[in-house]
Design a binder for this molecule. Structure first.
Ligand code: PLP
Length: 285
């Protein structure tokens, strides 16, 4: 089946989609993106992603080209046109294309708005059963990581280094503490059963899955602490895991080749994955 993408008001075959070489997303990474999961053709935790989209565009003084209800309609139409059952839907808005290239915001630019879908079996991913290996990397990103900007070169380099080391994710380190994963939020479960994840600030992206998992854990009387943790604390933990829209909850079983506990996904991680899945299915739209 030919892939259909959305570009500025039109649903077109991917091979025919066009964005200008003068687009500011391409030239300056002057744009914002979001990724929502899709299960059984329905959007997962999408309101949370759209709320973060609104906040991100606001932080860079970029107006959304469509209302949020219209964005949801477009997402649903694109899912239907591609017959997407399970996977993710990606959307990106940039400050548009204007000639000549100039750093200053152009007055006349019209935002560029694109969406595409990717099929992926999130629920039955093999790595959810085995857990993943992470490699630590210095966090060399900019100081506004709370904005979901398309400027992802630091993460590209970190995740490439992780892949070359046979790992599935990079954990970014700043001042001796883990900030987050290259494209995920980082959690540990301490020996006394406290769930720890770094507090939201400009040092990390406020993960939508992180937020949902924290709420689900607290509702089940689990103690959650928002604070930074080090790699040595993670290695001494009972369990560790990452969260993201495209993975849900996945165990971390080694860091730089060193095992956490017995090197297998822990029971709390497995339980939180199940609980998140139940939440996802129950709230899908
Ligand atoms: N942190 C970073 C840097 C990310 O890129 C992502 C997702 O892409 C996340 C965390 C997880 O966020 P979410 O759960 O909203 O997908």
């Amino acid at each position: 089946m030919e892939q259909i993408v959305y570009v500025d008001g039109a649903f077109v075959p991917a091979a025919d989609a066009k964005v200008s070489v003068f687009d500011r997303g391409f030239l300056f990474a002057d744009g914002i993106y979001e990724v929502s999961a899709v299960l059984d053709g329905k959007l997962i935790d999408n309101d949370s992603h759209l709320a973060r989209l609104e906040r991100s565009v606001g932080e860079i003084a970029l107006a959304l080209p469509e209302t949020l209800p219209r964005i949801v309609e477009i997402q649903k139409e694109l899912i239907a046109r591609n017959g997407l059952i399970d996977g993710v839907i990606y959307l990106q808005v940039t400050r548009g294309a204007v000639i000549p290239r100039d750093f200053v915001f152009p007055k006349e630019a019209k935002p560029t708005f694109v969406m595409f879908t990717t099929a992926k079996d999130i629920v039955n991913a093999a790595s959810a059963k085995t857990g993943i290996a992470v490699k630590t990397m210095p966090d060399i990103r900019w100081a506004r990581r709370d904005i979901k900007s398309v400027a992802l070169l630091a993460q590209v380099l970190a995740k490439q280094a992780a892949a070359e080391a046979g790992c599935q994710e990079a954990w970014m380190i700043e001042d001796g503490q883990v900030t987050e994963g290259g494209s995920s939020s980082a959690f540990i479960l301490t020996q006394d059963d406290v769930l720890v994840t770094r507090e939201n600030s400009s040092a990390i992206l406020p993960g939508c899955t992180r937020k949902a998992v924290m709420k689900l854990a607290e509702e089940r009387q689990l103690r959650v602490e928002e604070r930074a943790f080090s790699v040595s604390e993670a290695l001494a933990a009972k369990e560790a895991f990452i969260t993201s829209a495209s993975l849900f909850v996945q165990a971390v079983v080694t860091i730089d080749g060193q095992r956490i506990a017995n090197g297998r996904p822990g029971p709390m991680t497995n339980r939180l994955r199940e609980i998140y899945l139940e939440f996802a299915r129950a709230t899908a739209v």
